[in-house]
Design a binder for this molecule. Structure first.
Ligand code: SF4
Length: 322
């Protein structure tokens, strides 16, 4: 993408592909030729319906999945080619906060040991220093020091997600993939966790890839947003531009589904209903992946894949209308 000074860029994802063989002659193209950059200190939101490939994309960016094709360059080095110590060093810089705080914490470990998992793997602190770091992280995420000796089942969903955040931050990473960190939580708790992530980003100079299907929360936290549909990136822009003037018909439909708090505006607003079923990502058809559900589809949309191009400054879209 052309809009960036290379000094600002932390991660460059170039033509990334992640395919899974799911049977004889059947390939699930979870991420198919996706490119974007993440700037230092920003939050990049990645949104789309379930099954659009956003979580697979986040995990492949972190190297938790090998890439089928393309590159993930972290400060100019392709992380998929790292081996041995260099690979371990990268895992110290890049961490993940998981979607489900219930499933992602080992029920037999104390909170202190969970938070220190990365510290122990990397041999960073021992004894009193280790305890001091655990307490520091508990303070950072708004939990009490006496929580260190307790077990995950003693905590609420929001508190468990705070423990997951403390675990990710304990080794002082630079980059965090937040993989739907709020979708398993009550609505009343979601804003608290998002505000905590924003506070920690400022305090610790973090860069986030924030994955979500809820466009309203993504707007609150993201500097720029990428919209994925069936393994492809369909639109990418600053958060302000995307919400003020969505260009891709799919983005327009997703945005029209967000309720507006003003009842007068809400009453008169036109909802764009998505027609048809989400097609299968297994052996996808040629052409635009959104064609079967798009009210603007024309014959070429079913044959020719639209190019992902910059149609306004820093605003990219993949659609034959542009
Ligand atoms: Fe709709 Fe065609 Fe644009 Fe795809 S390329 S979003 S089918 S108009």
């Amino acid at each position: 993408m052309s809009e960036n000074n290379s000094n600002d860029i932390l991660i460059e994802v170039k033509n990334l592909k992640k395919y899974f063989n799911v049977g004889p002659g059947a390939t699930l193209k979870a991420v198919d030729d996706v490119s974007f950059v993440i700037k230092k200190g920003e939050t990049l939101g990645l949104v789309g319906e379930s099954g659009c490939g956003k979580t697979t994309c986040g995990r492949t960016v972190l190297g938790l999945y090998s890439a089928t094709g393309g590159e993930v360059n972290y400060e100019g080095v392709n992380i998929h080619q790292l081996k041995g110590k260099a690979k371990k060093d990268f895992t110290k810089k890049a961490q993940i906060i998981f979607q489900d705080p219930y499933a992602s914490l080992n029920p037999r470990m104390t909170v202190g040991d969970i938070i220190a998992e990365g510290i122990d793997i990397h041999g960073l602190y021992k004894g009193d220093e280790r305890t001091k770091k655990i307490y520091e992280m508990l303070d950072h995420v708004g939990l009490n020091r006496e929580h260190a000796s307790r077990f995950p089942h003693e905590f609420s969903g929001g508190q468990r997600q705070r423990i997951g955040i403390a675990r990710a931050l304990a080794i002082e990473p630079e980059f965090i993939v937040c993989d739907e960190p709020i979708s398993a939580l009550d609505v009343s708790i979601q804003a608290q966790i998002v505000n905590l992530l924003i506070k920690l980003q400022k305090e610790m100079g973090l860069t986030y890839l924030f994955i979500a299907h809820d466009l309203s929360m993504v707007k609150h936290i993201s500097d720029r947003v990428g919209v994925m549909y069936l393994g492809t990136m369909v639109e990418f822009a600053t958060s302000d531009a995307l919400y003020a003037k969505p260009l891709h018909p799919y983005t327009q439909a997703l945005l029209s589904a967000i309720p507006i708090p003003d009842p007068e505006i809400e009453k008169t607003r036109e909802r764009i209903k998505l027609e048809g079923e989400v097609p299968s990502p297994i052996n996808p058809k040629p052409g635009c992946r959104f064609a079967a559900r798009c009210k603007y589809a024309k014959p070429e949309c079913f044959d020719k894949k639209p190019e992902f191009k910059e149609v306004e400054k820093d605003h990219f879209v993949s659609c034959h209308l542009f």
